[in-house]
Design a protein around this ligand. Structure first.
Ligand code: ATP
Ligand code: MG
Length: 426
């Protein structure tokens, strides 16, 4: 049995009995619902790994010896909602108490084609551990906080070593996404240099990334980009020639590195789309191309587009230029544009002038243009498309005049403009 082979290590393992997430009412309810004769359920993966590192635990995934249909029945008997989200490979999502849990029956992968593995359920914890990707992800915890470590993952957690379980090359060939996961987990947990075997296999098999779906690549890449070690991981992907294949274009590390540095210096939360923009969008066409590649939302594509910096932002904008930009773009786009422009300049990450521009929305609110279409209609001078054209023209003048021209003056100006321009037959 797995427990026998790992009992020597088990003794040296810390207990998670005080872990807050094991005592959350929602967690307790799921464990209780799955309690049945002959059934054993444990937390697995991220929750255990992060708890051992003293990091915050959000999602709790569970592994259980109960077969999926039994998991469904037990959950419902316990008054919880059970959704067969991936029942053919053993996963049921249980929802209750404001949280959801992926509960997966212990399994071994019989045949693997990318994410679609043909599985066989098992009651052997070590077998279940062996089908997982890295040793640090193959840790389990019982509901009382006892940690189980069938493959020696705890040592790797502590040492910050991301090691494939089994032969790295074979494991990557089963699922090429593991290449990106290797870099992603290194970006969150790695200390020191990468595991040589894992790195060499990732580099050798990098072409396999081309077989993955956009959604899977995106999910991993976005998490990688937000990692504490994102710059090192992106640099490694670049140095070993994997990054162009991931992005489908030529990246530039310097602006990306500088953006990360500026975000840190300014105490800003990272944003994956903004970071991709810094890394890979230097011309307008790159934004729709990447958006199509990763199936991005319109909002994400809009952030990406800001990477192609317009002439107005090639140097530090003066106050009026900054106000114009804020008025035109709104706060979020403005901040992203400023950060990207700053990252593209050679100003320091704590530069006071750039900071003043960045924080403009905190002390200046863009005014509202005081004229509307109805105002022009009322004058009796404007019809049809003239209305919109004149409004846009006047708004541009008003912006250039520092948003200062009062409403009456704008109206008078509108009338003057109308009388000046020849009227076609209506
Ligand atoms: P995170 O905190 O980032 O969610 P996690 O360890 O929970 O980390 P998930 O991607 O949610 O990572 O996966 C849950 C667990 O399932 C992993 O810990 C790992 O054991 C296993 N796993 C997930 N994806 C794969 C994969 N492609 N190949 C092998 N095992 C995987
Ligand atoms: Mg997870």
């Amino acid at each position: 049995m797995a427990e026998t082979s790992s009992s020597a290590r088990t003794r040296a393992l810390p207990s998670l009995e005080d872990a807050e997430w094991l005592r959350r009412p929602a967690t307790v309810r799921v464990f209780e619902a799955l309690e049945a004769p002959g059934v054993e359920t444990r937390a697995v993966g991220g929750a255990v790994r992060d708890a051992l590192l003293g990091r915050a635990v959000r999602e709790v995934d569970l592994a259980t010896t109960a077969k999926p249909d039994k998991v469904m029945t037990l959950a419902r008997k316990g008054g919880l909602k059970a959704i067969p989200t991936g029942i053919e490979h053993g996963t049921v999502t249980i929802v209750g108490g404001g949280a959801s849990f992926e509960v997966t029956t212990l399994r071994r992968d019989v045949e693997t084609f990318g994410r679609h593995a043909t599985v066989a359920f098992t009651e052997d914890w070590e077998e279940d551990a062996r089908r997982r990707d890295f040793t640090l992800n193959a840790l389990y915890a019982g509901r009382d906080g006892t940690v189980f470590d069938p493959l020696g993952g705890y040592e790797d957690v502590v040492a910050g070593r991301v090691r494939f379980i089994g032969d790295a090359e074979a494991r990557i060939k089963e699922d090429y996404l593991r290449i990106l996961r290797f870099f992603r987990f290194n970006a969150y947990y790695g200390k020191g240099s990468y595991d040589t075997e894992g790195l060499a296999a990732s580099v050798r098999l990098r072409d396999g990334l081309g077989r993955l779906s956009a959604e899977r690549i995106k999910a991993e890449l976005w998490r990688l980009l937000l990692a504490p070690g994102a710059t090192t991981a992106i640099e490694a992907l670049f140095d070993y020639g994997l990054l162009p294949g991931v992005l489908g274009g030529a990246p530039r590390l310097d602006r990306f590195n500088r953006l990360v540095e500026i975000e840190r210096a300014q105490g800003l939360a990272p944003d994956a789309a903004r970071r991709i923009a810094a890394l890979a969008v230097f011309v307008q066409e790159a934004a729709p191309r990447l958006a199509a590649r990763f199936r991005l939302s319109n909002a994400e594509q809009a952030v990406l587009a800001l990477g192609a910096i317009g002439p107005d932002m090639l140097s530090l904008p003066d106050e009026n230029a900054a106000k114009r930009l804020l008025y035109r773009r709104g706060t979020d786009d403005f901040r992203d544009s400023v950060l990207l422009a700053w990252a593209g300049s050679d100003a320091a990450a704590d530069d006071a002038d750039w900071r003043a521009v960045l924080t403009l929305p905190e002390h200046w609110q863009a005014p509202v243009f005081p004229l509307r279409g109805a105002d022009l209609v009322e004058t009796g001078e404007f019809h049809g498309p003239e209305i919109g054209d004149t409004l846009r023209h006047l708004e541009a003048e008003w912006i250039d005049g520092g948003f200062a021209t009062p409403r009456d003056e704008l109206l008078a100006r509108a009338v003057a403009l109308s009388r000046k321009s020849p009227k076609p037959n209506r």
